[in-house]
Design a protein around this ligand. Sequence first.
Ligand code: CP3
Length: 341
Amino acid sequence: MSAFLKACRREPTSHTPIWIMRQAGRYQPEYRAIRSKVSFVELCKSPDLAAEVTILPVTQLGVDAAIIFADILLVLEPLGIGFEFTKDDGPSILRPIRESKDVDAVSSAIHAADSLHYVMESIKKTKAGLPKDIPLIGFAGAPFTLASYAIEGGGSKNYLHTKRMMYSDEGAWRALMQKLSAAIADYLNAQIQAGADAVQLFDSWVGALSPSDYVRYVAPFVRGIFDSLPKHIPAIHFGTGNPALYPHMKAAGGTVIGIDWRVDLGTTWRLLGDDVAIMGNLDPVSLLAPKAVLAERAKDVLDSANGQPGHIFNLGHGVFPEVQVDQVRALVDFVHEASAR
Ligand code: CP3
């Protein structure tokens, strides 16, 4: 079994496995060349190209896992919540959800194997092209993070519209979270059927919530998604921004908890307990530091994990477009060498 899948199961490995969130992206000249010909959404919807950019970081960097090239927002299309990517401002929702009649108009079943069949095609093509010992991670956005895009209409700083709905119309909020969660569960299961070896739920913006709001307004829906997945498939539960949520995220589900750089990895792991694996958590900006400093900072993360089985090395969030490929390769090599046992 691959080092990545073993680590997800907290089994000992010959080295600490590493992959990088957003390992396929604009920091790579090859990716930029493909993007000069097709739009981002076209790229997601072209299985041959999506498989090519998914496999590239494996050959280019030597990472221990691939993650399917797609986006958390694609699921909004079959839900009937249209979106587009504008040139400079990122994603934009065509019809933001603001009141209960907007929630009523959202689809209650998406049939992901059909409506998102291009993602399943990308998974099959990627599996056919990947080395046999490199697992493929499928993924979806978590319901809070997706709801925040659907309600705000794009990225947000303070989540005013999202929290306003949560606090003032809990019925509409729950109805929306239920529809999103059903779609996400269907979508992740379809990716597993298509060949994904593990899955990750991205709750990138959940850190905007207090622990009690997380427990009341979010955790039950997230738990439903993890409960719907086959038990033999590792599931990574990733969130950023608010370390106080990690114990509650663990309680909601996941074989692996993905953490950001704002916490000490070892301390957080001890707090969560040794019945869960951990992923993280180098500050992504470390990749802009000189190589010696980058190595020192990566070593701090490895030292913090103390070689305990169940650590998957990653950044605390995605790699920035400003980073040099050579730096990312140096990080992967360093983690492999420094953790060899
Ligand atoms: O990690 C990988 O290599 C797999 C592909 C992947 C992408 N997006 C490709 C992408 C994954 C796993 C995602 C997840 C995603 N998408 C998240 C959760 C992770 C995170 O970063 O917090 C979120 C919040 C999104 C939504 C999204 N997609 C935004 C806000 C943006 C615009 C900002 C930006 O970085 O450009 C995207 C676009 C996007 N998704 C790009 C890529 C490679 C850049 C698009 C381009 O080529 O111009």
